[in-house]
Design a binder for this molecule. Structure first.
Ligand code: NOJ
Length: 746
């Protein structure tokens, strides 16, 4: 399947199709040759050796600890070992000292960069720039594979609509379309458009629904209907599979009572049956064992049987397959054919990666490519594109020569700005905002931290206020430590932690302009802080090069262009809130808030609509929102026709003008609403976006092509199709703006 969107500038087509899994780049031969090789190897394997391939262990200790298991063919993959000398030694045991010489597949959580750390995935999504995200994933693959890591447990594609969930940091936010584009970009980046020794197998995770954990509490149950799965949660995974993702990980959650690791409907029926996935499926860490905790199996043998029969190929750290599969095959509870298929899937990936030809790494050469200048440059550019300007009363960009005070717990937090799940990034290589500003203005930066870390509580900020009075502008770097987001790090309160809000209030009281930069793992509830600042830049943990990137934006070398990949709430009680909610029977129409309700008001349901008495119906910032130092206007939004057949393509034309005084980049977004369906439909859905760079005063007319089949959804009859009827289309700079244009599908 090709990219469904084609953008054309006038008649010039800028963006063309991409490969599908059938086109998976490989230098090791045709599909038939790969299959023949896999089958030949399989035919030589004992049952025990086959089961060994299905076993993944966590290394990290002495090589001798695993020697016996590797030499006897009891290990197919290892994770958590990144010392290339040890990896070479382990590979030698597998390749030269085991009976069949099958190389190990070395896995690692390379989530947003390996040594050179890029912004957390939520920040990557804020770029709305798949090409740049692909480049970043390529950098991660080049660094990781150079040291022997050939498999990353990324990208995480879990749609997340509740910022209390700590792992919202690790995904692409709330929207399936944006998630799908980012998924493709990461798969292409990790695996490479052309396979070579830098190809790192992607592992799309967590299959499926994990981000919908009740109340945002990690590992909790989800209750997604099959229709929700098919219309919202599955499409990004399907896009990744079509882009050629080699592996997939099952999730920890149970959906409607069925833990994913034992869910044959999603793994066998959908993933393999409907999508034709020919890679392998790995469990999450001990998620097979956790099915016992779920009460879904009595013991390890029972859950091993359930997992393998549900279509799981590799066991991460339960040892359930290794301990029980042989017995289960002998008793007939598991067919040997099931084992053979699993092993085929695993061997296929090893062959495609060229591991048999290239099992070892050149340690010195591998070390030399870490933190290469071009890698740091890509990380800086990505951090720049991912920062979102949320408020600016004109104070930004700052002028060179102003006296600045730098303050706040994130100004010089080299570990924390790397963000969650960055195991290999080193804080000694991080450039913080403070370091970047000091390098830019040697000897001229006044720095009074105020708070040493984001959770610190303090009474009074006399020292910071005194320093602020000596400055022209205060740059306050606030936010969250890395450890406050990520796996298991859910929060019930999303305000700035510790005394950070008090620090801002104290700074405001000095009368000096305050520019806040929030560096965090999730969209925090910052409404109460906005009145205390003249400008606010939001940066999801920006990685190694975050400091220079943010300094470049603050001083106007770079014009911000990031957009919110997730709705920003006014208060945590609004969660979950997302722009593409279904149409309700009583849409909000701006009525009475709590302060306007008369005492002893009459009780009625007449005329009532859907909103909170205390917070109304709107978020603080909608999905897709972000300011620039310039301004943009949209005009002449139109379609080539007013009526389309289901196999037509919409041509959406609009003129975008840079109406401000500096050059800039806008993310033009196209949303569509299906007015009437066999089921209720979202109020609008993102269907295309494009980053457009315009000089000050420049206008450009763009045409975006969207195949009508992109409007298909799974309706009442369970079949995915476009339902004829009326639609509206918006072209705008965020999900809450624009004027709809009508069209019809017949
Ligand atoms: C558990 C996490 O859920 C998963 O995302 C990760 O890849 C594995 N641990 C391995 O570290």
């Amino acid at each position: 399947m090709k990219y469904l969107l084609r953008i054309s500038l006038l008649s010039f087509v800028l963006m063309l199709g991409a490969a599908c899994s059938g086109d998976r780049p490989s230098t090791v031969g045709t599909d038939a040759q790969v299959e023949a090789r896999v089958n030949k190897l399989l035919s030589k394997m004992t049952l025990s050796e086959k089961i060994g391939q299905m076993n993944q262990i966590s290394a990290g200790g002495a090589v001798t600890d695993y020697a016996e298991a590797v030499r006897s063919g009891q290990v197919g993959s290892i994770l958590n070992e990144v010392d290339p000398v040890k990896l070479n030694a382990l590979q030698r045991m597998a390749v030269e000292e085991s009976r069949l010489g099958i190389p190990l597949l070395v896995g690692r959580d390379v989530i947003h960069g390996f040594h050179t750390v890029f912004p957390i995935p939520l920040g990557l999504a804020a770029t709305f720039d798949p090409a740049l995200v692909e480049e970043g994933a390529r950098v991660a693959a080049v660094e990781a594979t150079a040291l022997g890591v050939r498999w990353t447990f990324s990208p995480m594609l879990d749609i997340a609509r509740d910022p209390r969930w700590g792992r919202i940091a690790e995904g692409n936010g709330e929207d399936p379309y944006l998630d799908a584009r980012m998924a493709e970009a990461m798969v292409y980046g990790y695996q490479g458009r052309q396979a070579d020794s830098t190809s790192m197998a992607a592992c799309v995770k967590h299959f499926v629904g994990y981000g919908a954990a009740e109340g945002g509490r990690d590992y909790n149950s989800t209750y997604l209907t099959e229709r929700q799965l098919r219309n919202v949660y599955l499409p990004p995974f399907e896009a990744a599979v079509k882009a050629g993702a080699m592996t997939l990980m099952t999730s920890f959650n149970d959906n409607d009572g069925v833990p994913s690791t034992g869910n044959s409907f999603v793994v066998k029926d959908v993933l393999r049956g409907e999508w034709g996935f020919d890679g392998f499926v790995v469990t999450d860490w001990n998620s097979m064992g956790e099915m016992i905790n779920h009460g879904f199996g009595v013991d390890r043998k029972d859950v091993a049987e359930k997992a393998v029969n549900a279509g799981v190929d590799m066991d991460m750290m339960t040892y359930g397959f290794l301990s029980h599969l042989e017995e289960l095959v002998r008793s007939g509870a598991v067919k040997e054919k099931t084992i053979d298929n699993a092993v085929r899937n695993i061997l296929r990936v090893k062959v495609l990666l060229g591991l048999f030809e290239n099992p070892y790494v050149d340690v010195a050469a591998g070390k030399a490519v870490q933190y290469a200048p071009e890698h740091l440059e890509a990380a800086r550019k990505t951090a720049e594109e991912s920062a979102i300007l949320l408020k600016n009363n004109g104070v930004l960009p700052l002028k060179e020569g102003v006296r600045i005070l730098v303050t706040g717990p994130m100004a010089d937090a080299p570990y924390d700005q790397l963000g969650t799940w960055s195991f290999d990034g080193e804080k000694s290589h991080t450039i913080t905002p403070l370091k970047a500003l000091e390098a830019r203005f040697p000897g001229k930066v006044d720095y009074v931290p105020g708070l040493r870390y984001s959770r610190e509580k303090r009474n009074g900020f006399a020292d910071v206020a005194a320093a602020a009075r000596r400055a022209d502008v205060v740059l306050a770097f606030l936010g969250e430590e890395a450890i406050l987001s990520g796996e298991a790090h859910s929060l019930a309160d999303l305000n700035l932690q510790g005394s950070q809000s008090e620090l801002l209030a104290a700074l405001k009281a000095t009368g000096k302009p305050v520019v806040a930069t929030v560096i965090a793992g999730r969209p925090l509830t910052i409404e109460r802080d906005l009145p205390n600042v003249e400008a606010l830049l939001y940066s999801f943990h920006p990685g190694t090069m975050g400091g220079p990137a943010l300094a470049n934006i603050l001083f106007g070398d770079v014009n911000p262009s990031g957009k919110t990949p997730i709705t920003f709430l006014r208060t945590v009680g609004q969660a979950p809130m997302y722009y593409s909610h279904n149409m309700t029977g009583r849409p909000y129409n701006g009525e009475t808030l709590i302060d306007n309700i008369p005492l002893e008001a009459a009780q009625t349901s007449l005329g009532n609509t859907s909103y909170y008495l205390d917070y109304g119906a709107s978020p603080l910032f909608p999905f897709g929102y972000g300011l620039s130092y310039t301004s943009f206007s949209y005009s002449e939004v139109g379609l080539d026709k007013s009526s389309y057949k289901a196999d037509d393509t919409l041509k959406v034309t609009f003129t975008l003008t840079n109406t401000g005084s500096c050059d800039g980049t806008e993310v033009a977004q196209i949303y569509i609403r299906d007015m009437v369906g066999s089921i209720t439909r979202p109020v609008k859905e993102l269907k295309a976006f494009e980053r457009v760079s315009l000089k000050s005063g420049e206008s450009r007319t763009l045409t975006v092509e969207i195949p009508v089949e992109e409007l298909a959804f799974v309706g009442l009859d369970g079949v995915k199709k476009v339902e004829p009827g009326d639609f509206q289309v918006w072209v705008a700079g965020d999900s809450a703006s624009g004027v709809p244009v009508l069209f019809n599908v017949f």
